[in-house]
Write a protein that binds this ligand. Structure first.
Ligand code: BTN
Length: 265
């Protein structure tokens, strides 16, 4: 791992807790989520973190690719084992997903001062353009959650994005006109995940949900649509519930959207 990263991580050691206690630093890999899942299957400790300088098969949500050229972004995956943290009826992956979105948005605001916002479930945007995304993947055995891999991609530098992405994404460099401090950004992301994971472990779900709402400025009343088994549904996103589902007003009723693709209009 580069020296500046080591120094920056050391400064936030307490906040990170177990997060990043062990870091596997790779020049290039297919997907850091795959490497982390493989390590988790082999029994790697909670908090083990994989960082790559580039990915050749970076994945996004909903089967999309995550454009991951060298030096352009942070590509990070963290193994969590929240087995004993949650009560009945709680959805650990959904809450972790919201908590990690909050952590990334908080770290962007604190390092850069940029007005980061969150779009459900956990896209981090600046002025409606996507800056960062999170892919949470989990494995269970006999109904018991074994581990969650939190994969975080954050655009640092302006780069030659494919044409279909260029108008919808941004980077810290594009927003600040300065080369970002990669080491500081990585350290702050891991520290903020440590903070928010501590909230989850202590059962402070309300703290996560209210922080999330504070970053989700498009709510309430953002127009959305999605494909449901009964066809296209349009409504206005109003809130999230404590399971992390999006609550959408459709006519005079509220619909709960848990997964799949919501299009923001
Ligand atoms: C999204 O679609 O918004 C989620 C993007 C997640 C990308 C990150 S980069 C590090 C980790 N490895 C992957 O293959 N994906 C995640």
């Amino acid at each position: 791992m580069p020296d500046d990263v080591r120094v920056a991580l050391e400064r936030v050691r307490e906040r990170r807790g177990a997060i990043g206690r062990r870091i596997l630093w790779l020049a290039s890999t297919g997907s850091t989520n795959d490497v982390a899942a493989h390590l988790a299957e082999g029994g790697a400790d909670e908090g083990t973190t994989v960082v790559a300088e580039s990915q050749t098969a970076g994945r996004g949500r909903l089967g999309r690719q995550w454009f991951s050229p060298a030096g352009a972004g942070l590509y990070v995956s963290v193994i969590l084992r929240p087995r004993h943290v949650f009560g009945r009826g709680q959805n650990p992956v959904a809450l972790l997903t919201l908590g990690s979105g909050v952590a990334v948005a908080e770290s962007v605001r604190s390092v850069t001062g940029l007005p980061a916002e969150i779009k459900w479930p956990n896209d981090v945007l600046i002025n409606r353009r996507k800056l960062a995304g999170i892919l949470a993947e989990s494995a269970a055995q006999g109904g018991a959650l074994q581990y969650v891999v939190l994969g975080i991609g954050l655009n640092l530098r302006t780069t030659a994005y494919p044409a279909e992405l260029a108008a919808r994404v941004t980077s810290i460099e594009a927003e600040t006109n300065r080369a970002p401090d990669r080491a500081l950004m990585l350290a702050e992301v891991l520290a903020a995940i440590g903070d928010r994971y501590a909230d989850l472990r202590a059962g402070r779900f309300d703290a996560i949900l209210s922080a999330w709402r504070g970053f989700a400025r498009s709510l309430p009343s953002a127009p959305v649509e999605w494909d449901s088994p009964r066809g296209l549904v349009r409504g206005r996103a109003e809130d999230i519930d404590e399971q992390g589902a999006l609550l959408v007003r459709v006519g005079d009723r509220i619909e709960r959207v848990v997964a799949g693709q919501v299009r923001w209009l």
